[in-house]
Design a protein around this ligand. Structure first.
Ligand code: BES
Ligand code: MN
Ligand code: ZN
Length: 497
């Protein structure tokens, strides 16, 4: 799908779905009101005749309207006029795309309410919303009925200064590419995307100017990563640690910031095997690492002025004659020993070594890890909020601000030292599970033992990495690419220049 910026006066053709907007209460925005007069009042009559209230995401459709050269007119709700901003328009444009995509129209022309102060920025947001809404993972479809295929090939956004809007869109286009890259990885099945293939795709990003190293099992064994290696030892696929560097700061030797992701390309649970029902979901147990690689893609794509490290811990968790057993004791790179009570609590075992390696080698300003870590966070927060844990209030506040700005929701959770009792082991320094109470919290407390005196935050994204159904028009059903926008914003607002 192509995105273009066109003049405010640009006219639709007979293959066009023409989108205009209304506010809560049904008030038409200026472009909608102008269209309404051209249509002889058909839009306002349609509003009066139905239940369209202009609420966020609502839509109303006029087919083959008289008075304008368009196959259909879409009226999209933006919510309260007082809340009108770039984010509302982004979401509205996404809803417009969703309403038009299977209609047969080949072009979507968006006439959004122009921003009086920064029209280029708002038009760019409209284009971004439509772009995100158009994401689709269809590389394995060989037959599909014509009327099930999206028909929109071009999205046009009307704006006074098209060149200025195009320039404002450039960084969002880079971010969009990164989100699509991340969503594709999350969507890939585990027979295609196993650790070595994932590492190969990471390596390809060197073309963007990233430095990418891949450590195999021998390298990791030399480093003493017994915790990560134990998880992968039941798999035919070799475990990998991918280390990505984006050195965009004026001084390439200045202290970096670091991001670490759980990349379990498939999680059967191992010997503590999961039930069959829904196990296919565990192809997206690498969503944390997909956020990290997506961030690195975005930083390189927009040449961010920052030094950033991205580390991906890539393993497949399988039952096998060589798999680790419940009760096994492994030694992590930090030297701390772990009694593996449940082989399905594998994400924390991967992150323990990936976190330790990252701080040991790079001495970063801070570390943020992301992981589809626990079912318990879904019980606690549901499917819209990721859990945020942090040992540092300033870092937590920056993440919460970025979360708000990008509408990737976070809720801060506690790290009570008293709960560490739950992961005490009789035989080793700790065990890898703490029982059902506070399951996401004890997982975070486990990770904290692999952080030595630097600001750290952990995002448990098990509930938000995959949306089915989706409540957000910028995220079609399936892989969300959660975290890319959030982290990109964290960096842009706090660590560049
Ligand atoms: N990958 C899962 C967590 C998960 C569950 C992600 C549902 C997405 C959706 C993780 O490795 C896991 O299995 N966690 C266990 C931990 C338990 C054994 C302590 C869980 O949450 O049940
Ligand atoms: Mn598991
Ligand atoms: Zn897992």
């Amino acid at each position: 799908m192509q995105v273009e910026f066109v003049a405010v006066g640009a006219e639709p053709t007979n293959g066009t779905a023409l989108a205009v907007f209304a506010f809560e209460g049904g008030t038409l925005s200026a472009p909608a009101a102008a269209l309404d007069s051209a249509l002889g009042g058909a839009l306002s009559r349609a509003v009066a005749a139905g239940r369209f209230k202009g609420s966020k995401g609502q839509s109303l459709e006029l087919l083959a309207p008289q008075g304008v050269e368009a196959s259909r007119v879409l009226l999209i709700g933006l919510g309260p006029e007082a809340d009108l901003n770039g984010a509302a328009v982004e979401s509205g444009a996404a809803s417009a795309y969703a309403a038009a995509k299977l209609s047969g129209a080949t072009e979507l022309l968006i006439r959004h309410p122009q921003c009086p102060t920064n029209p280029a920025a708002r038009a760019a947001k409209a284009a971004f919303g439509a772009r995100l809404a158009s994401y689709r993972f269809d590389r394995y479809r060989t037959t599909e009925k014509a009327d099930k295929k999206p028909s929109i090939t071009t999205v046009k956004v009307a704006v006074e200064d098209a060149a200025a809007a195009q320039a404002a869109y450039a960084p969002l286009a880079a971010l969009g590419d990164a989100i699509v890259f991340s969503r594709d990885l999350v969507s890939e099945p585990a027979n295609i995307l196993y650790p070595a293939e994932y590492a190969r795709r990471a390596k390809e990003l060197e073309s963007l100017g990233l430095k990418v190293e891949v450590l195999g099992e021998d390298d990791m064994a030399k480093l003493g990563m017994g915790s990560l290696l134990g998880v992968g030892q039941g798999s035919r696929r070799e475990s990998q640690l991918v280390v990505m560097q984006w050195l965009g700061a004026a001084d390439p030797a200045s202290q970096p910031i670091a991001f670490v992701g759980k990349g379990v390309t498939f999680d059967t649970g191992g010997i503590s095997i999961k039930p069959a029902d829904g196990m296919e979901d565990m192809k997206w147990d690498m969503g944390g690492s997909a956020a990290v690689i997506g961030l690195m893609h975005a930083l390189a794509g927009r040449k961010a002025k920052v030094n950033a490290i991205g580390v991906l811990g890539l393993v497949e968790n399988m039952p096998d004659g060589n798999a680790q057993r419940p009760g096994d004791i492994v030694t992590s790179m930090s030297g701390q020993t772990i009694e593996v009570i449940n082989t399905d609590a594998e994400g924390r075992l991967v992150l323990a070594d990936a976190l330790w390696y990252t701080q040991d080698r790079f001495k970063p300003q801070f570390m943020v890890d992301l992981a589809t870590l626990t079912g318990a966070i879904i019980i606690a927060l549901g499917k819209d909020y990721a859990g945020l844990y942090a040992n540092d209030d300033a870092l937590a506040d920056k993440l919460l601000a970025a979360s708000k700005a990008e509408n990737e929701l976070l809720w801060r959770m506690p790290l009570p030292a008293a709960y560490e009792k739950q992961i005490e082991s009789l035989a080793a320094d700790m065990k890898n599970v703490g029982g059902r109470p506070g399951g996401s919290i004890t997982a975070a407390l486990f990770l904290q033992k692999y952080v030595a005196g630097l600001p750290w935050a952990h995002l448990d994204i098990a509930g938000v990495a995959w949306r089915q159904p989706s409540s957000d028009p910028t995220i079609p059903e399936g892989a969300a690419g959660f975290g890319v926008r959030l982290l990109n914003r964290l960096v842009a607002d706090n660590y560049e220049g």
